[in-house]
Design a protein around this ligand. Structure first.
Ligand SMILES: Cc1cc2nc3c(=O)[nH]c(=O)nc-3n(C[C@H](O)[C@H](O)[C@H](O)COP(=O)(O)OP(=O)(O)OC[C@H]3O[C@@H](n4cnc5c(N)ncnc54)[C@H](O)[C@@H]3O)c2cc1C
Length: 388
């Protein structure tokens, strides 16, 4: 890059790369700071992405092809005492509720697009720019260096993820169970959330597992052979899809609800440089509703929209400009935090009173018609901002 960049993006995850590509389309010069990956192998996860995320990635020609994308036509949620919820795309007159996207494939598509964009320079360390966007994920070092507090509530749950092959096809159905599991050293069973998410395209037999369990149960689950693990999983959720075979490594993430105390500010020592936080560097959610990246991509869409709407005389580091982004995103993220946290807490309450109440609530909600449809549309990203 002959000229200094307009914007320096720190962190080349999905949020950082998507933002870089959208900003380059606005003819801005972008420096993208990519740290060497700490991951030991390919990411075993698949993300549930909504229609706003799909539109944005399709627009950038980075939306993967089938079978790396699987449409979800139906979602079934099972409570811990007979409660059940059923969300169908058909009920809303839609083709699908959302899509399950293979994470390594999406990352590759974005990395390839970045390589072909002459206005993006990939660097190994940060450079000065009028605007720095921090997209370093929830453990962001830059956020800490900038003195921005990250208000963390750690859940007593870790997410264990892997992939499995099932005897029966998944039929485009995402299934989630709220259950209880025995934890070594505890007399009382602990709340768990188990999701089997369809993969491998329409008619596929593969599923991505996200099993949120008490941290003390993790060593036990990691120590099991593949067969023992599949058996224990079948015990927890039944064998809705027939016998299952593990096809990938098991990986674990500690879970937290977290939010940065502020999302914008001046860079230390320079009134002509500012920073903005986006994606998991600004907020982290429990994955039970599959919304973390959807919310991060909505940050990206809003930041791009604010920059597109910038008055010609305002510089990119202008505090008033950046406050438009902060204001627009904070309320949305807080609402999503309340929903996911509320659900997690509701299903973690032990005792028959809570059990009856939540399962009764699930049945009532399932029959609620317009309320249920409205909530489903929100999760589908129908009202979420898009880049254009
Ligand atoms: C088990 C699980 C399942 C999930 N499922 C879903 C789902 O179905 N749908 C959904 O929407 N979300 C889901 N999420 C949430 C999703 O993973 C995150 O919201 C998303 O990865 C955030 O993207 P990001 O780019 O902000 O951060 P990250 O993915 O954390 O990327 C940050 C990048 O910055 C780099 N980096 C870090 N520090 C530095 C530094 N100092 N300098 C330069 N680079 C740096 C990192 O190497 C990384 O490449 C799930 C999360 C978990 C744990």
């Amino acid at each position: 890059m002959a000229n200094p960049p307009d914007i320096c993006i720190r962190g080349a995850g999905i949020v950082g790369r998507t933002l870089a590509l959208l900003l380059a389309r606005e003819r801005l010069r972008v420096a993208l700071v990519d740290a060497p990956s700490q991951a030991k192998g390919p990411d075993v996860r698949a993300y549930s992405l909504n229609s706003a995320a799909q539109r944005m990635l399709q627009d950038l020609r980075c939306w993967p092809d089938s079978p790396a994308v699987t449409p979800v036509h139906q979602m079934q949620v099972f409570g811990d005492h007979g409660g059940a919820l059923n969300f169908g795309a058909q009920d809303l007159g839609a083709g699908e509720l959302n899509w399950m996207v293979d994470v390594p494939v999406l990352e590759e598509r974005l990395a390839a697009a970045v390589q072909f964009q002459p206005l993006i320079e990939v660097l190994s360390s940060p450079v000065a720019a009028p605007l720095t966007v921090v997209c370093e994920g929830r453990a962001s070092q830059t956020r800490a260096e900038l003195g921005v507090a990250f208000d963390i509530t750690a859940y007593e749950q870790h997410a264990l993820a892997t992939r499995l092959r099932c005897e029966l096809p998944h039929g485009g159905v995402a299934r989630q169970w709220f259950t209880w599991g025995q934890v070594p050293g505890r007399t009382q069973a602990q709340a768990e959330i188990l999701a089997l998410l369809p993969l491998g395209g329409e008619g596929g037999h593969e599923v991505a597992l996200v099993w949120s369990v008490h941290p003390l149960r993790v060593p036990h689950l990691l120590g099991l052979s593949e067969q023992e693990f599949a058996d224990e999983l079948a015990q927890a959720c039944g064998i809705a899809l027939g016998p299952m075979t593990v096809t990938a490594e098991r990986a674990v993430w500690p879970l937290q609800l977290a939010r940065a105390s502020r999302w914008i500010g001046e860079m230390p020592g320079s009134s002509k440089q500012a920073f903005v936080l986006a994606g998991d560097a600004a907020h982290a959610l429990h994955p039970l509703a599959g919304q973390g990246l959807n919310v991060g991509l909505a940050d990206v869409a809003e930041l791009v929209r604010v920059i597109q709407g910038k008055e010609f005389w305002r510089p990119l580091h202008d505090a008033k400009l950046l406050r438009r982004y902060e204001r627009a995103r904070q309320a949305d993220v807080q609402a999503m935090g309340w929903v996911t946290d509320g659900l997690q807490r509701l299903f973690a309450q032990p005792g028959p009173v809570w059990q009856n109440l939540r399962n009764w609530g699930m049945r009532g909600f399932d029959r609620s018609g317009p309320l249920k449809n409205w909530m489903t549309r929100q999760a589908m990203g129908g009202d979420a901002p898009s880049a254009h």
